[in-house]
Design a protein around this ligand. Structure first.
Ligand code: S6P
Ligand code: ZN
Length: 189
């Protein structure tokens, strides 16, 4: 049996950098179809294409038994009154759970059952360890004025199903109203 060697990565709690790691970037154009206000999205994109979030993965084989881990950095921003968020997904292996440990910033974690009948929204804040049980889709939202940074641990063979969320979005949206963070039903659900 070939042994996989133990290794460290180093996480910078201030910037979310994870070293050594592999970074992916998501710009507004990558997630534009999820935002409620299509005109506002168009107006922003006509001027710039802001970086919405980055994910930095430790390099672990995508095989059963391994634990994948990464940081996510969601930059502060809104389209209209809707806060920046991640695409969101289900795990292809539905029965795999995940943990998000928040290092910096303020957020909301929207989770839904596969049929969307059940939906829960947890607060994310420095020190919160949010448990995403098996079968819940998940999207995180930055509701603050600084980057939201969290560290995720999940089964390395979980896989990511983005297609379902692409079609449906999430049952709830997180908006700013009169300076307050509010969670409302998604009018397009
Ligand atoms: C992976 C885990 C996170 C997300 C990341 C970006 O299972 O839930 O690492 O991948 O927060 O979100 P998304 O929806 O673009 O993958
Ligand atoms: Zn996940």
């Amino acid at each position: 049996m070939k042994l996989f060697r133990p290794f460290n990565v180093v996480v910078d709690f201030e910037t979310g950098d994870l070293t050594p790691g592999k970074k992916i970037t998501r710009y507004l154009s990558d997630i534009q179809h999820f935002f409620l206000d299509k005109e506002k999205v168009k107006a922003v994109l006509a001027k710039e294409n802001p970086l919405v979030y980055e994910v930095i993965y430790a390099e672990v084989p995508e095989e059963a038994g391994h634990l994948a881990h990464c940081t996510t950095i969601i930059y502060p921003g809104k389209v209209g009154n809707e806060f920046f968020f991640t695409k969101g997904h289900l795990h292809e292996k539905l029965e795999t759970a995940e943990i998000y440990f928040t290092l910096k910033g303020q957020g909301r974690l929207i989770m839904a059952s596969p049929d969307g009948e059940e939906c829960e929204v947890l607060e994310m804040f420095p020190g919160s360890a949010s448990y995403i049980p098996p079968c819940w889709s998940h999207r995180s939202v930055n509701v603050g004025g600084e980057p939201l940074i969290f560290y995720c641990i999940f089964f390395a063979d979980a896989g990511h199903d983005y297609a379902t969320i692409d079609k449906t979005g999430f049952p709830k949206v997180v908006l700013e109203r009169n300076g307050e963070v509010v969670v409302e039903n998604n009018p397009n659900w």
